[in-house]
Design a protein around this ligand. Sequence first.
Ligand code: ADP
Ligand code: ZN
Length: 754
Amino acid sequence: MSLLLAQAAVNDANIHFDKLYSYRIPAELAGRVFPGSMVLVPFGRGSKARMAVVLAVGEVDESDAPKGLKTLYDAAPEDARLTPDLLELVRFLKERTFCTWFEAVKAVIPYGAQYRPAVVDGRHVMQGRLTRSTERLYTLAGALPEKPKPGPRQLAAVAALQNGPLTARQLDEVGISRATLDGLVKKGVLTAAEQDKAIDLFAAIPFDPQPLELSPEQQQVFNDLLPNLEDARPHAALLHGVTGSGKTIVFLRLIQRTLELGRRALVLVPEISLTPQMIRRLKSTFGSRLAVQHSALNNTERLLQWRMIQQGNADIVVGTRSAVFAPLQNLGLIIMDEEQEHTYQSESAPRFDAHDVAKKRAVMENALLLFASATPLTETYHAAESGKLQLVQLTHRYGGRPLPSVDFIDMRAELAAGNPREVSVRLARELQENLDNGEQSILLLNRRGYRTIGMCTTCGHVLKCPNCSVPLVYHKPQQALLCHHCGHTVHPLPQTCPECGGKISYSGFGTQRVEEELAELLPGARILRMDQDSTSRKDAHETMLAQFARHEYDILLGTQMVAKGLDFEKVTLVGVLGIDSLLFGQGFRAYESVFSLITQVVGRGGRAALPGRALIQTSVPDHPVLQLAAAQDYKGFYREEITFRRFSLYPPFCSFVVVGFIGDQEGAVFIAAQRFGALLGQHAAQKPNIPLRILGPAPMNITMLNNKFRYKLTLKCRNDAAFRALLHETLDAYDAEKLPQKASVILDFNSDGD
Ligand code: ADP
Ligand code: ZN
């Protein structure tokens, strides 16, 4: 007798033991379990039901079957199955990022939104999460009979359907009732059919294609990319285009050509806030075979959109990082806009970089991968310079518009002159001028490291979270202190210092504080604040940006999210506040981030007829990075940066991997890190040609988080298969050690050492 076995990766494993488990496939499930199938398995003591994904199916002789073999509970239907392509991406993530199998599965398919474990009649089964909802669609099928004389409602219904089918809901909105419609169905004037509900999230955006005419420079770029789009082999290119050069219209033409070739396109943007305007352009240009994938959708929306893609009903997909896994078939073009953004790198497992996944997909699909940016990552530009990527450039703004002029405001002088505010006198004056001229302004406030905190005016003690080694942040609406890591809340606000009894002052600055200053300085100005707190509601971004576009506000004040991609014709002044803390931040990308952020935000100004100007508040106006950013001299910056990277050995000249150690006792965590470092060194020494430098152990920047201590080793290495095999060996050796207290290990391939 032979047995059918499935090897499955089970949810809830962790990096230290993530092996595949074997299960017997019962006869009634035999035709439903394949590699990629989602199944429900008994796991651990008590045989709790766990989700799992099948990686292999095979037959063994009954006598060879493993002892204690358990039997699968259930298998999800075909539509939840990972295609061979998605399964390949799972393997890729697993191999590259050291995540667990199931973490990889959750990344590539909106797990949980699909099927969930349930108990029905005492049996463990997989249940669909979507209660399929349909709606009635009416189509005109014949003429209205002349007798009996049709009523006004009937005439209205027929008139409404002249231009094509409409749903019951759409007809109800124009005052035509279900009864009228069903009456007409009986007469054979209309037909009715049920269809999946509300797949078109963008019904409100009109399909209104405008001719896509390229400038000569844009045309040149398009022509240079075209052969690589048209031949069915994998290609990768970098479009380096200054802000306002019209990268978007080049994308549209490439997508148009992709669709003509019968293939599909994927457009990645770095932030949810940038999806609405991209969707608007795509929907109005290409119509409704468009889907979106990002985390602000609710589960049902996300799943419906995903299904639409999976079933081949979307030709274009727009989304943030995780959309790189969208199950588009016959993918011909992948665009990664603003490719320098760190949001393309996942900060929780699987810690993937969307650049790498996009490259992998382009190879799997024989697609063209296009990275685009005004300030590409140093690594990306280096790859282009050395011929690994095709390089195409847009060096001028569309319509010959000048780049904004950039000026610095020396905040040391401001302080010396006795201005206690965060907004300088000159910035306030120019904001007022803009207001008087009926023009709009954008203010960027870099928040990183610059928050309102509580500090003792006598001893300088900073109020910190008791669970995490970070300052608590003041939140005005709640009149409370919050930990931005664990959520610990202190209310009411402490007034005296726990150390010395001195008075606590709440200082530093945040968007809320600057908003108040602006209100004082510019009475009558309409100020729109956009940050994480003000945009938590769904659609908040879109609503706010639309309001700003309609000039219902004069000043848009926000964090990083106002810096990128926005295109408003009336914006002529851009102000940058609090950039110094980023400039002096840790991590090898600090300068690159500052250069990019300034270039991006400055680029928001003067995009249409009116010229733009930018003011940057800083205490180090002569800093070379700021000077280069002011001159919008990307290549000058790149040359400095690549030299630094080469001499100090940073990417692209090596890979940078951080191994984190987390545990309850500081001493034990330190020892674990030290031991891991020693094991890694020993194993590396046994192999030829493994370049490796091990730095540390050192405490992480946030040394304590949620009451756990954190240390790290920093590895400068060559992240190839041999190196990853070495890491695996070391992990196994570490796991086999008998240390008195273990620390859990996290491997982060995306860290910049900050
Ligand atoms: P980028 O993404 O490179 O910063 P955009 O694509 O947003 O630039 O283009 C900047 C502005 O110039 C937009 O308002 C856009 O509509 C306009 N523009 C660019 N190229 C063209 C073109 N070929 N025809 C008409 N308008 C264009
Ligand atoms: Zn905390």
